[in-house]
Design a protein around this ligand. Structure first.
Ligand SMILES: C[S@@+](CC[C@H](N)C(=O)[O-])C[C@H]1O[C@@H](n2cnc3c(N)ncnc32)[C@H](O)[C@@H]1O
Length: 234
C-alpha cells in the first residue's frame, strides 16, 4: 500500500532515519513520518508519542487507515518519558522549537549513554539547540536542508560524541557545505542578523554593546561562509 505523501520537510527527516531501526517519533501528530517509513519498508516498527490526546488520536487514525496497527505503538507522554530505552533504536523529534528539543533530550540521558541516532528538525532557537548539543556530549554528523513553499527547513543527524566547537555563525546556520539550498539559507540568516543589528542601532548600554559585538561576529562569519559557498558553486 502507498503511504501518506510526505512534505519535503518530513521527507528530509525520513531520509536521515537509518534503515531497519525501531523508531520513536516524538511529537508525532498525524504519525505521517513513521507510517510512510514503515510502508516503504525502511523501518519495521515505530513508537508514536505525543504530549496531547488530539494529535495522538490523529496518529491512531492514520495507523488504522493504512492497516499498520501491528507495526506501531502509541504513547501519551512528555518527550521520551513514556518510552523504554529497549523499545527503540533511533529517535526523531521534528517540528518543534530547539529549546523544547533540548529539554526533551536533557530529560532522557539514555539517548547519549546508548549512542541512539537522533534525527532533529528544529523550527526555531537553532543556536540554542546547537549550543546545547555541543555542551552535552553530542556531535552533529549531518545536516540537510529542504525547501517547502517559501520556507527552508533544516534537519540534523546527531550521535553521542565530541563535536569540534562551532563558531558563532555556525551555531546559527550550521557548518558550511556545498548544498544548492545553502546560499538561500545563509541569505536568510544574514538578513535576520542585519535586521537585529538595525533594531539595536539607537540602543545604549553595556549589555547592548556586547550583544551588538556578538551579532557583528555572527554576521561576518555568515558572510564568509556565503563567499566560500559561492566559490564552491563556480
Ligand atoms: C508541529 S507538530 C509536528 C508534527 C510532526 N512531528 C511534524 O514534524 O510534522 C508538534 C507536535 O509536537 C507535540 N509536542 C509538543 N511538545 C511536546 C513534548 N514535550 N512531548 C511530546 N510531544 C510534544 C505537539 O502536541 C504536536 O503534536
Amino acid at each position: 500500500m502507498k503511504g501518506p505523501e510526505l512534505s519535503p520537510r518530513l521527507r528530509m527527516v525520513g531520509e536521515l532515519v537509518p534503515s531497519g531501526v525501531r523508531l520513536a517519533d516524538v511529537g508525532t501528530d498525524h504519525a505521517y513520518l513513521p507510517a510512510a517509513l514503515i510502508l516503504e519498508g525502511k523501518i519495521p516498527f515505530a513508537v508514536a508519542a505525543d504530549l496531547r490526546r488530539g494529535p495522538l488520536e490523529r496518529a491512531r487514525a492514520t495507523v488504522r487507515a493504512y492497516g499498520l496497527t501491528r507495526s506501531m505503538a502509541f504513547r501519551l507522554c512528555n518527550g521520551l518519558s513514556g518510552i523504554h530505552p529497549d523499545e527503540v533504536d533511533a529517535v526523531a523529534i521534528a517540528g518543534m522549537g530547539g529549546e523544547t528539543i533540548a529539554a526533551i533530550l536533557s530529560a532522557a540521558p539514555w539517548v547519549r549513554e546508548r549512542d541512539v541516532p537522533l534525527i532533529l528538525q528544529p523550527m526555531s532557537s537553532f543556536p540554542d539547540l546547537r549550543k546545547w548539543l555541543q555542551a552535552n556530549g553530542f556531535v552533529i554528523q549531518e545536516e540537510q536542508l529542504a525547501r517547502e513553499g517559501k520556507n527552508i527547513y533544516t534537519a540534523l543527524l546527531v550521535r553521542a560524541g565530541e563535536m569540534e566547537p562551532l563558531s558563532p555563525a555556525e551555531l546559527w546556520a550550521g557548518r558550511n557545505r556545498a548544498d544548492p539550498l545553502r546560499g538561500a539559507w545563509l541569505d536568510r540568516w544574514l538578513a535576520r542578523t542585519l535586521r537585529a543589528l538595525e533594531g539595536m542601532a539607537q540602543a545604549q548600554g553595556k549589555d547592548v554593546l556586547s550583544r551588538k559585538l556578538e551579532l557583528e561576529e555572527v554576521r561576518r562569519g555568515l558572510a564568509d561562509m556565503k563567499k566560500e559557498w559561492e566559490q564552491w558553486q563556480a
